[in-house]
Design a protein around this ligand. Structure first.
Ligand SMILES: [Zn+2]
Ligand SMILES: [Zn+2]
Ligand SMILES: [Zn+2]
Length: 448
C-alpha cells in the first residue's frame, strides 16, 4: 500500500470515521490485515449455532465494521502481495513438514515411511550460456573450436567464464538454432508430463514389488507434494517430496518391500520412461516431449530444509526467470515488455503458436506471461498431509474461538451459517492511513 496522496483529506475522513461507534472494530480489522496490499471487501453476516441445542451463540456481521469486512487478498506471489505471500509460505512450510514428520492431523509415524526428494528437469532445446563450478574453479562455458559454426555462421561454443550475475546466463548461444517452439510446448505440457510420471511410477513400483499393476493400491499408496521452479533459461524444474504409505494412506505402515532405495530407483526409471507426442506435428514438425536426463533423487534427512525449500518456490512466479508478472493481452503490449530478449522470444513463441489451431487447447496466449506453463505452482496428492484450506480454516476458527472464549462460550461444538458477498477491493484513503501506520515497511515493494 502507499501513503494516501491527499493526506489532509485522509486525515479528515479518519476523524469522521473515529466519530462512528464502529471505529474500534473498523480499525482492528484493518490492522489485522497484516499489511495486505489489496484486501477484499465482504458484505454479509454469519451466525454460530450450538450443535446440540440449536441456540444462536455468536453473530458476525459486516455492519459491526461500519459496512464492510476486509479480508487479506491471500495472494501467493511475493511480487503481488508480500505479507500474504509470507503467510502462504509459512502455510506451505507446515504442510510439507506435516507430510514428513507428522502433525496437523497427519500421524507422526509417517516419519518412518520411505520418502525421497526428487528434482525432474526440462530437457535441452539448444545450448545456452551456463556457469558451473568444479572444485572451486569455473571452467569455460562451452569449449569448442572457434572454427565450428552453426548454420547461421555463429560459433557453437563459448570460451567465457561467466560471472554469477552475467545477463547472458540462460540465453541461447545461437537464438536462431534454439528450439523455442519445443521449449514452449514442453512447458505447456509439463503438468501432463508430471501426471504421466506418477502413472509410470505406480507401474514401476508394482513391477519391483512383484505385484500386478491393479493390486498396488491394496498394498501401498503413493503421495507427493511438488513445486515448480523457473530456471534462468525460462524452463521449469519440478521439486517433489514423494512418499510411500500403507494401503490406507499416512496412518498405515508401508509394506516391507517399500524402501527408500526402491523408491529412488523407481523414480529414476519412471522419469526416464515418460514420453508424450507434442501436438501440431504437421505445423511445426514432430517432437517427443520427455523429462531431461538430469533426474536428481535423494533420501530426505533434513526435513526442515526440504520444507523451507519447497515453501520458498511456492511464492515465486515466472518473474524469477525474468518474465513479467501479469497477463499479456495484446501483441502491442508484448513488444513493449521490459524483459530479457530470450524471455521475450519465449513469450512471442507462445503468442505465435497460441493462434494456430493445433495449439488452441493449450491456451498459450493466456499463459504467455508464465512462458507457457499453465499448471499450479505447488500441488500435492490428497493423502500427502493437511491442505492449505484446512490451515486457513483452522486459523479463522482459532480467532472465532478466541472470541467465543472472550464471551464465555467456551469450546462447544458449533455450526456456522452465513452469507457473504464480494463488495470490492483495496483501501479507502483513511483505511490506507491506518494500514500504513500499523505496517510501515509493507509500502516498499519487496522482491526476495
Ligand atoms: Zn494480500
Ligand atoms: Zn557462454
Ligand atoms: Zn544458429
Amino acid at each position: 500500500m502507499t501513503e494516501p496522496q491527499h493526506l489532509p483529506r485522509a486525515v479528515a475522513a479518519l476523524v469522521e470515521q473515529a466519530a462512528t461507534p464502529e471505529f474500534t472494530a473498523w480499525r482492528r480489522n484493518i490492522v489485522g490485515l497484516g499489511g495486505c496490499a489489496n484486501p477484499v471487501h465482504l458484505v454479509g453476516e454469519s451466525t454460530a449455532f450450538a450443535a446440540d441445542s440449536g441456540h444462536a451463540l455468536f453473530s458476525h456481521s459486516s455492519a459491526a465494521y461500519g459496512g464492510r469486512l476486509l479480508v487479506p487478498c491471500g495472494n501467493r506471489r511475493s511480487t503481488v502481495c508480500s505479507p500474504c505471500a509470507r503467510v502462504y509460505r509459512a502455510d506451505t512450510y507446515h504442510l510439507i513438514r506435516a507430510g514428513l514428520v507428522g502433525g496437523k492431523g497427519t500421524p507422526e509415524t509417517v516419519s518412518d515411511h520411505p520418502r525421497v526428494f526428487a528434482t525432474l528437469t526440462a530437457p535441452g532445446f539448444g545450448p545456452v550460456h551456463t556457469r558451473r563450478e568444479r572444485n572451486g574453479q569455473v571452467p569455460p562455458c562451452r569449449p569448442r573450436s572457434p572454427k565450428e559454426r552453426c548454420p547461421h555462421d555463429q560459433p557453437v561454443g563459448c570460451a567465457m567464464r561467466h560471472s554469477t550475475d552475467d545477463p547472458r546466463l540462460g540465453e541461447p548461444i545461437c537464438p536462431r538454432c534454439y528450439d523455442y517452439a519445443g521449449a514452449v510446448l514442453w512447458q505447456a505440457r509439463s503438468g501432463h508430463l508430471w501426471h504421466r510420471f506418477t502413472i509410470e511410477l505406480r507401474r514401476e513400483l508394482a513391477r519391483r514389488a512383484g505385484l500386478p499393476r491393479t493390486e498396488l493400491r491394496l498394498a501401498a499408496r503413493l503421495s507427493y507434494a511438488k513445486v515448480v521452479e523457473y530456471q534462468r533459461r525460462g524452463l521449469i524444474h519440478f521439486h517433489a517430496v514423494i512418499r510411500l504409505d500403507g494401503p490406507d494412506g499416512p496412518s498405515t505402515p508401508p509394506p516391507a518391500w517399500a524402501t527408500a532405495d526402491l523408491l529412488t530407483d523407481a523414480v529414476h526409471t519412471a522419469a526416464g520412461r515418460v514420453r508424450l507426442p507434442s501436438p501440431g506435428a504437421r505445423v511445426i514438425g514432430h517432437r517427443t516431449l520427455r523429462f531431461g536426463a538430469q533426474v536428481d533423487v535423494r533420501p530426505i534427512t533434513e526435513h526442515g530444509a526440504v520444507a523451507a525449500y519447497i515453501a520458498k518456490y511456492a511464492t515465486k512466479g515466472a518473474e524469477a526467470a525474468g518474465a513479467v508478472d501479469g497477463r499479456i493481452t495484446t501483441a502491442r503490449h508484448l513488444v513493449l515488455l521490459p524483459v530479457r530478449v530470450h524471455v521475450l522470444r519465449m513469450i512471442a513463441t507462445c503468442w505465435w503458436l497460441g493462434a494456430l489451431p493445433p495449439f488452441t487447447s493449450l491456451e498459450l496466449r493466456r499463459w504467455a506471461h508464465m512462458l507457457g506453463h499453465r499448471g499450479h505452482f505447488s500441488t500435492k496428492s490428497r493423502s500427502y498431509s493437511t491442505t492449505l484450506t484446512a490451515l486457513r480454516t483452522a486459523r479463522t476458527e482459532h480467532r472465532a474461538r478466541e472470541q467465543y472464549r472472550a464471551l464465555g462460550l467456551d469450546d462447544r461444538p458449533t455450526i456456522t451459517i452465513g452469507h457473504w458477498r464480494y463488495a470490492g477491493r483495496g483501501y479507502s484513503p483513511e483505511a490506507a492511513l491506518v494500514a500504513a501506520t500499523a505496517h510501515p515497511t509493507e509500502g516498499e515493494s519487496t522482491r526476495d
